[in-house]
Design a protein around this ligand. Structure first.
Ligand code: GDD
Ligand code: MN
Length: 373
């Protein structure tokens, strides 16, 4: 039984490591194979969904204000869902102070969740807009983010673009320092970019996720079977055979949440729902075509849906052996699994498994389509 436990844990760690090494060696160095054009300057609408973002919204708008993209080609829509902390007021105020910005505030009378709010906002965007971008209120872009993202859309095969991301505390943001799980993030960013070089990545970031508007209309808006506005629509687009990529020439910053644990579980819940439902959804829409993205999808599906449970099984066997048979080997093996927790990257990996496991269980009774801050 100890042997079985070792085998399960072996598979759990070896598979992602092998995948990562392979992707990084074989795919990451590849060229993009898309036409990138710095002079391509289409109309862009940036949409910020807000619910009780009174503390962040002014910083967010100031940050968007610093984008060096032609102002006349760039509109900001804030869609607020009945915030109780004066978010909408602050947006109106900021708008008055910045009459040179094309800013629209949409207010929903009742809160229904982020994706319904975004779908409501989509109805207010004219069809000649080429690109729409979703961005969370608690995330920040470098000044050239828009330019860098948009240039990839010069190629009609590209229909979704997201960026690298790091986490920072409010103070860290001021000091422009990276922190926390950023060791893990670099593994994660590398993997997403590698997948994108081959074709597309199924995991996008809500700090900045850009879509060719036409595609979002074609899939009838943001699906509401999951709470996310990034990974699911991007994956549907990849299933259409178009590219949904993470680029590495922009790194956005996301503020660490006060309750990071719950946030991570909720996100894992949404991601799991995405892996469980998106492919079928794409097929039902009749837009699915076979592409190299299928391989990436299968592997990531395994890594998110199945792989965490190998660790659970392995640990259960060892604990069983220890408790019922007093197995010293089991004790040593458990120790061997715990000691590397001193390493940040290992700890981040284990935590990710914990989030995915709790998320899978939690999805049985709540999908967290609406969440508290
Ligand atoms: N209009 C509106 N209505 N906006 C909302 C609502 C709502 O009911 N609920 C949340 N938002 C806004 C928040 O104000 C924020 O700007 C953004 O949606 C993301 O919400 P957060 O509360 O910051 O959650 P998060 O950081 O965990 O969100 C991330 O996870 C989601 C998927 O699980 C983001 O990356 C999302 O983009 C991602 O889809
Ligand atoms: Mn957030």
């Amino acid at each position: 039984m100890d042997l079985l436990a070792v085998a399960l844990a072996g598979v759990h760690f070896a598979l992602p490591l092998a995948y990562y090494s392979y992707a990084k060696a074989k795919w990451l160095p590849r060229p993009w194979n898309v036409k990138i054009d710095e002079n391509y300057k289409p109309k862009v609408v940036v949409i910020v969904p807000t619910y009780n973002e009174g503390l962040t919204i002014r910083d967010k708008l100031n940050n968007l204000y610093e984008q060096n993209y032609p102002r006349e080609l760039f509109e900001i829509i804030v869609v607020d869902s009945a915030s109780e902390d004066g978010t909408a007021e602050k947006v109106r105020e900021w708008g008055k102070e910045h009459p040179d910005v094309n800013l629209k505030l949409l207010e929903e009378p009742v809160r229904r969740g982020m994706n319904p709010a975004l779908n409501f906002a989509l109805k207010h965007i004219s069809k000649d807009v080429e690109i729409i971008i979703f961005t969370d209120a608690d995330s920040y872009w470098p000044p050239d983010a828009l330019r860098s993202v948009v240039k990839y859309f010069a190629d009609p095969i590209v229909a979704a673009v997201t960026t690298n991301i790091v986490l920072a505390s409010r103070e860290g943001l001021r000091r422009k320092e990276e922190m926390g799980e950023n060791v893990y993030r670099s593994y994660y960013n590398n993997l997403r970019v590698s997948e994108s070089k081959l074709h597309s990545t199924p995991v996008h970031n809500g700090a900045l996720v850009a879509f060719r508007f036409r595609f979002i209309r074609k899939i009838n808006g943001i699906p509401e079977f999951t709470g996310n506005n990034d990974s699911t629509p991007a994956s549907i687009i990849a299933f259409m055979g178009y590219r949904a990529i993470q680029i590495s020439d922009v790194t956005t910053v996301e503020l660490l949440a006060r309750n990071n644990f719950l946030r991570k579980v909720r996100r894992a819940q949404h991601l799991l729902l995405s892996f469980l439902k998106t492919k079928r959804y794409a097929k039902k829409l009749g837009i699915y075509v076979k592409s190299p993205f299928d391989t990436i999808w299968r592997i990531e599906w395994w890594l998110h849906v199945i792989n965490p449970w190998l660790l659970v099984a392995s640990l259960s066997f060892l604990i069983f052996n220890l408790v019922f048979y007093g197995s010293v080997t089991a004790l040593v093996l458990i120790g061997a699994g715990l000691i590397p927790l001193m390493l940040k990257a290992y700890r981040a990996w284990i935590m990710q498994q914990v989030y995915l496991i709790i998320a899978a269980v939690r999805n049985l009774w709540t999908r967290e389509i609406m969440w508290s801050k």
